[in-house]
Design a protein around this ligand. Structure first.
Ligand code: ZN
Length: 197
Protein backbone atom coordinates (compact mmCIF):
# COMPACT_ATOMS: atom_id res chain seq x y z
CA UNK A 1 0.00 0.00 0.00
CA UNK A 2 1.36 3.37 -0.88
CA UNK A 3 1.43 6.12 1.73
CA UNK A 4 1.22 9.71 0.54
CA UNK A 5 2.41 12.25 3.09
CA UNK A 6 1.35 15.92 3.20
CA UNK A 7 4.02 18.19 1.69
CA UNK A 8 5.00 21.18 3.83
CA UNK A 9 4.51 24.56 2.10
CA UNK A 10 6.84 27.55 2.19
CA UNK A 11 6.34 29.53 5.40
CA UNK A 12 6.76 26.49 7.64
CA UNK A 13 9.95 27.11 9.68
CA UNK A 14 11.20 23.57 8.93
CA UNK A 15 11.95 24.69 5.35
CA UNK A 16 14.21 27.49 6.60
CA UNK A 17 16.19 25.61 9.26
CA UNK A 18 19.34 23.53 8.89
CA UNK A 19 18.83 19.77 8.91
CA UNK A 20 20.84 17.37 11.06
CA UNK A 21 22.91 14.42 9.84
CA UNK A 22 21.63 10.84 10.23
CA UNK A 23 23.64 7.93 11.61
CA UNK A 24 23.98 4.42 10.18
CA UNK A 25 22.04 2.87 13.13
CA UNK A 26 19.20 5.33 12.47
CA UNK A 27 19.16 4.32 8.80
CA UNK A 28 18.98 0.63 9.71
CA UNK A 29 15.69 1.02 11.62
CA UNK A 30 12.55 -0.38 10.01
CA UNK A 31 10.79 2.93 10.71
CA UNK A 32 13.37 4.69 8.51
CA UNK A 33 12.91 2.21 5.66
CA UNK A 34 9.12 2.76 5.87
CA UNK A 35 9.65 6.52 5.85
CA UNK A 36 11.85 6.37 2.73
CA UNK A 37 9.18 4.27 1.00
CA UNK A 38 6.52 6.82 1.97
CA UNK A 39 8.73 9.64 0.64
CA UNK A 40 9.13 7.77 -2.65
CA UNK A 41 5.35 7.27 -2.96
CA UNK A 42 4.72 10.92 -2.05
CA UNK A 43 7.23 12.12 -4.67
CA UNK A 44 5.68 9.88 -7.34
CA UNK A 45 2.13 10.95 -6.48
CA UNK A 46 2.97 14.68 -6.62
CA UNK A 47 4.57 14.04 -9.21
CA UNK A 48 8.07 15.33 -8.63
CA UNK A 49 11.68 14.36 -9.30
CA UNK A 50 12.96 14.89 -5.77
CA UNK A 51 11.72 15.26 -2.20
CA UNK A 52 13.77 16.31 0.83
CA UNK A 53 12.95 15.29 4.42
CA UNK A 54 12.14 18.88 5.55
CA UNK A 55 9.41 18.91 2.89
CA UNK A 56 7.56 16.33 4.96
CA UNK A 57 8.38 18.19 8.17
CA UNK A 58 11.54 16.32 9.24
CA UNK A 59 14.78 18.32 9.77
CA UNK A 60 17.05 15.49 8.56
CA UNK A 61 19.76 15.42 5.88
CA UNK A 62 17.92 12.96 3.65
CA UNK A 63 16.31 13.24 0.22
CA UNK A 64 14.87 10.90 -2.39
CA UNK A 65 15.41 11.42 -6.11
CA UNK A 66 13.93 9.81 -9.21
CA UNK A 67 13.37 11.12 -12.72
CA UNK A 68 11.19 8.53 -14.43
CA UNK A 69 10.68 8.20 -18.13
CA UNK A 70 6.90 8.37 -17.48
CA UNK A 71 7.35 11.82 -15.91
CA UNK A 72 9.23 12.96 -19.01
CA UNK A 73 6.50 11.80 -21.38
CA UNK A 74 4.81 14.75 -23.05
CA UNK A 75 7.99 16.82 -22.95
CA UNK A 76 9.42 17.50 -26.42
CA UNK A 77 12.62 15.49 -27.12
CA UNK A 78 14.42 18.75 -28.09
CA UNK A 79 13.55 20.22 -24.68
CA UNK A 80 14.82 17.13 -22.88
CA UNK A 81 18.02 17.38 -24.89
CA UNK A 82 18.40 21.12 -24.25
CA UNK A 83 18.00 20.48 -20.50
CA UNK A 84 20.35 17.47 -20.65
CA UNK A 85 17.56 15.54 -18.99
CA UNK A 86 17.72 11.74 -18.91
CA UNK A 87 16.02 9.20 -16.65
CA UNK A 88 17.50 8.82 -13.16
CA UNK A 89 16.60 5.67 -11.19
CA UNK A 90 15.17 5.98 -7.69
CA UNK A 91 17.82 6.53 -5.03
CA UNK A 92 18.32 8.06 -1.61
CA UNK A 93 20.95 10.60 -0.57
CA UNK A 94 21.88 10.97 3.11
CA UNK A 95 24.26 13.56 4.64
CA UNK A 96 25.29 14.83 1.18
CA UNK A 97 28.32 17.06 0.56
CA UNK A 98 28.17 19.00 -2.69
CA UNK A 99 31.21 19.87 -4.77
CA UNK A 100 30.87 21.97 -7.91
CA UNK A 101 32.74 20.35 -10.82
CA UNK A 102 31.65 22.71 -13.61
CA UNK A 103 30.55 26.09 -12.26
CA UNK A 104 29.34 27.31 -15.67
CA UNK A 105 25.83 28.53 -14.78
CA UNK A 106 22.93 27.04 -16.72
CA UNK A 107 19.45 28.60 -16.35
CA UNK A 108 16.14 26.81 -16.67
CA UNK A 109 12.68 27.16 -15.13
CA UNK A 110 12.29 25.24 -11.92
CA UNK A 111 9.41 24.60 -9.54
CA UNK A 112 9.13 23.13 -6.04
CA UNK A 113 6.53 20.91 -4.38
CA UNK A 114 6.71 23.23 -1.34
CA UNK A 115 5.72 26.25 -3.45
CA UNK A 116 3.01 24.80 -5.63
CA UNK A 117 1.80 26.56 -8.74
CA UNK A 118 4.87 28.72 -9.39
CA UNK A 119 8.09 28.55 -11.39
CA UNK A 120 11.17 30.72 -11.87
CA UNK A 121 14.35 30.75 -13.91
CA UNK A 122 17.19 29.43 -11.73
CA UNK A 123 20.89 29.47 -12.64
CA UNK A 124 22.65 26.29 -11.40
CA UNK A 125 26.13 24.82 -11.79
CA UNK A 126 26.34 22.57 -14.86
CA UNK A 127 28.09 19.64 -13.12
CA UNK A 128 28.50 18.53 -9.50
CA UNK A 129 29.95 15.71 -7.42
CA UNK A 130 27.99 14.57 -4.37
CA UNK A 131 29.50 12.49 -1.59
CA UNK A 132 26.78 10.93 0.56
CA UNK A 133 25.47 7.77 2.15
CA UNK A 134 22.81 5.59 0.56
CA UNK A 135 19.77 4.26 2.45
CA UNK A 136 21.87 1.44 3.94
CA UNK A 137 24.45 3.90 5.28
CA UNK A 138 27.06 2.93 2.68
CA UNK A 139 29.15 5.71 1.13
CA UNK A 140 28.40 6.78 -2.43
CA UNK A 141 29.93 9.26 -4.85
CA UNK A 142 27.60 10.67 -7.51
CA UNK A 143 28.88 12.57 -10.55
CA UNK A 144 26.10 14.42 -12.31
CA UNK A 145 25.62 17.03 -14.99
CA UNK A 146 22.65 18.68 -16.65
CA UNK A 147 19.18 18.18 -15.17
CA UNK A 148 20.32 15.56 -12.66
CA UNK A 149 22.91 18.02 -11.32
CA UNK A 150 20.06 20.58 -11.01
CA UNK A 151 17.90 18.14 -9.03
CA UNK A 152 20.79 17.36 -6.66
CA UNK A 153 21.50 21.07 -6.08
CA UNK A 154 17.79 21.79 -5.49
CA UNK A 155 17.39 18.95 -2.96
CA UNK A 156 20.64 19.65 -1.11
CA UNK A 157 19.60 23.31 -0.87
CA UNK A 158 16.49 22.14 1.02
CA UNK A 159 18.71 20.47 3.64
CA UNK A 160 20.37 23.85 4.24
CA UNK A 161 17.14 25.85 4.48
CA UNK A 162 17.43 27.25 0.96
CA UNK A 163 14.60 27.28 -1.59
CA UNK A 164 14.85 28.01 -5.33
CA UNK A 165 13.25 31.45 -4.90
CA UNK A 166 16.46 32.47 -3.05
CA UNK A 167 18.47 31.74 -6.21
CA UNK A 168 16.08 32.54 -9.04
CA UNK A 169 16.18 35.55 -11.33
CA UNK A 170 13.32 37.31 -9.55
CA UNK A 171 11.82 38.96 -12.66
CA UNK A 172 11.13 35.48 -14.05
CA UNK A 173 8.94 34.36 -11.11
CA UNK A 174 5.47 33.42 -12.38
CA UNK A 175 2.54 31.06 -12.02
CA UNK A 176 2.85 27.71 -13.76
CA UNK A 177 -0.29 28.57 -15.71
CA UNK A 178 1.15 31.77 -17.21
CA UNK A 179 4.45 29.98 -17.83
CA UNK A 180 2.60 27.40 -19.95
CA UNK A 181 0.62 30.16 -21.69
CA UNK A 182 3.42 32.58 -22.61
CA UNK A 183 6.90 31.16 -22.03
CA UNK A 184 7.12 27.38 -22.18
CA UNK A 185 7.74 27.30 -25.93
CA UNK A 186 10.46 29.96 -25.95
CA UNK A 187 14.13 29.24 -25.47
CA UNK A 188 15.71 30.48 -22.29
CA UNK A 189 17.78 33.25 -23.94
CA UNK A 190 14.61 34.68 -25.49
CA UNK A 191 12.73 34.48 -22.17
CA UNK A 192 15.60 36.23 -20.39
CA UNK A 193 15.62 39.03 -22.98
CA UNK A 194 11.82 39.46 -22.96
CA UNK A 195 11.69 39.56 -19.16
CA UNK A 196 14.60 41.96 -18.90
CA UNK A 197 17.12 39.79 -17.06
ZN1 ZN B 1 11.88 21.77 -3.69
Amino acid sequence: MSVVLPIVQLGDPVLRGTCRALTKPELEKKKMRDLIEAMRDTMRAAPGVGLAAPQIGLPWRLAVIEDREETQEGIEPELLEERERAAVPFHVIVNPELEVIDAEPVSFFEGCLSLTGFVGLVPRAHAVRVRCLDEKGDPRVIDASGWYARILQHEIDHLNGTVYVDRMLTRTFMSGEQYARYWADKDVEQVARDLGV
